[in-house]
Design a protein around this ligand. Structure first.
Ligand code: UD1
Ligand code: CA
Length: 455
């Protein structure tokens, strides 16, 4: 088999997005439209991938810097044929070139693979639409062979009635493509553009076979021209994610109210309530329950853990049988061992909390190492920042910290220590003892509240 080149057209303006951002950088399920296409392209293992960009200038290549791709500026944009022409100097002759679109994000590699089987032919991806308005129509001769593609603006009423349309995606032998594109004209159509679609009639005239392939689903070939179309494809994607999870046995309170913006891997007997968002790589162990409106990003949660509603978890590791939330916030660098309880309005950042420890109410635990079976009372705060630098707090096993304690880091609380409620701890606390820092409680007998002055 000959090698494969992929050219992705992404120079269009996207006028109907009403946005300063280039269209192909708008997000779908947490990835730019163009990333979806680049990721799919990569599955086909092409020799070379070229992105033809234009509007938005260097923002497009900058945003895609992680891809091994050539970026080719098309300026000005004189049509789809002109766009492909810009990439040709980069493409070796002994190869097949596949043309994709940066604003057609959901094309599947399985469909594309079917287009690569005839390396000497021109292969078009076409689709039958109930309403073909706006698309180029596939014109066939009496024998049913493709004879040309005619754009709607250039079509006769009879041609407009054709339901088979051009998706724009095609594959052609690179050497032939080079010859055809060099002969394109822009004075033969109503838009004054160099149409990529004109190569079809050229192939036919040359006796080159023109094949057509249909996608498995219509949504694969739908493009994004407006925010409404973007929202529609987002729902298509999310419906697919929800279906995949249901098939694997995940319980979803409402498959229509779930958003996966990355890769969600689930064990058995998982329950996800409504309105949850999963971003990046999230792994949920067996029996995990995720309460409503929780947002979980780049996190591993071990089996049996319960995430109560409205919890935010980012770049953390949560052990087995933990109770998190409601309204808990685990920030990057949090590592919770098994059986940890993190309750409402508790924020944990860059901290490790060992097994069985609890911080159930209104706390901030930052840059800390917390031992086993520690109880952190309501309102306890690690003062980890002195205005210039961050410092660590170390709390050893079996410590009990009374409510409303401030631990001014760097500070260490020794094993088994107890801290009286309301303490401000600025020095290390010895093991096993009761430590507190309070002024003694006094009562002033006979004291009266002030009264309002008479005018
Ligand atoms: C094109 C096809 C049409 C097909 C339709 C499918 C041509 C002449 N027509 O029409 O048969 O039914 O797509 O959506 O090809 N682009 C560039 N540079 C340019 C022009 C376009 O990169 O100079 C890119 C755009 O960003 C867009 C894509 O090519 O992603 C299609 O361009 P557009 O002008 O929208 O073509 P259509 O008129 O929709
Ligand atoms: Ca279009």
């Amino acid at each position: 088999m000959s090698t494969l080149n992929i050219v992705i057209l992404a120079a269009g303006k996207g006028t109907r997005m009403y946005s300063d951002r280039p269209k192909v950088l708008h997000g779908l399920a947490g990835r730019a439209l163009l990333q979806h296409v680049l990721d799919t392209a990569a599955i086909l293992m092409p020799e070379k991938t070229c992105v033809v960009y234009g509007h938005g200038g260097e923002i497009v290549p900058q945003a895609m810097a992680q891809y091994d791709t050539s970026f080719i500026l098309q300026e000005p944009q004189l049509g789809t044929g002109h766009a492909v022409q810009q990439a040709l100097p980069q493409l070796p002759d002994a190869s097949l070139t596949l043309v994709l679109y940066g604003d057609v994000p959901l094309i599947q590699h399985t469909t594309l693979r079917q287009m690569l089987g005839a390396p000497d032919a021109l292969t078009l991806l076409t689709v039958y639409l109930d309403n073909p308005t706006g698309y180029g129509r596939i014109v066939r001769d009496s024998a049913g062979n493709v004879s040309s593609i005619v754009e709607e603006k250039d079509a006769t009423p009879e041609q407009c009635a054709i339901g088979e349309v051009n998706t724009g995606i095609l594959a052609a032998p690179t050497s032939l493509l080079r010859g055809w594109l060099s002969k394109l004209r822009n004075d033969n159509n109503s838009q004054g553009e160099y149409y990529l679609t004109d190569i079809v009639a050229m192939a036919v005239a040359q006796g080159i076979a023109v094949h057509t392939v249909q996608p498995a689903h219509i949504w694969e070939v739908l493009g994004v021209n407006s925010k409404a179309q973007l929202a529609e494809l987002e729902r298509t994607w999310q419906h697919g994610e929800a279906t995949r999870l249901l098939v694997h046995g995940v319980t979803l309170a409402d498959p229509a109210r779930l958003d996966v913006r990355g890769k969600l891997v689930c064990g058995r007997d998982i329950e996800i309530d409504v309105g949850c968002i999963f971003e990046g790589d999230v792994h949920l162990g067996n029996g995990v329950r995720v309460g409503a409106y929780s947002i979980i990003k780049n996190t591993i949660i071990a089996e049996g853990t319960n995430i109560a509603p409205y919890s935010h978890i980012d770049s953390s590791e949560v052990g087995a049988n933990c109770h998190i939330g409601p309204y808990a916030r685990l920030r990057p660098g949090t590592k919770l061992h098994d059986g940890v309880h993190i309750g409402n309005f508790v924020e944990v950042k860059n901290s490790e909390i060992a097994s069985g420890s609890k911080a159930n109410h209104l706390s901030y635990i930052g840059d800390s190492s917390v031992g086993n079976r520690v109880n952190i009372g309501a309102g306890t705060i690690t003062c980890n920042y002195d205005g210039a630098n961050k410092h660590r707090t170390i709390i050893e096993d079996d410590v009990f910290i009374g409510s409303n304690t401030q631990l001014v880091a760097p500070v260490k609380v020794g094993r088994g220590a107890t801290i009286g409620a309301g303490s401000t701890i600025t020095r290390n606390v010895p093991e096993g003892e009761l430590t507190l820092s309070r002024t003694r409680q006094t009562t002033i007998n006979g004291w009266k509240r002030p009264t309002k002055d008479k005018k």
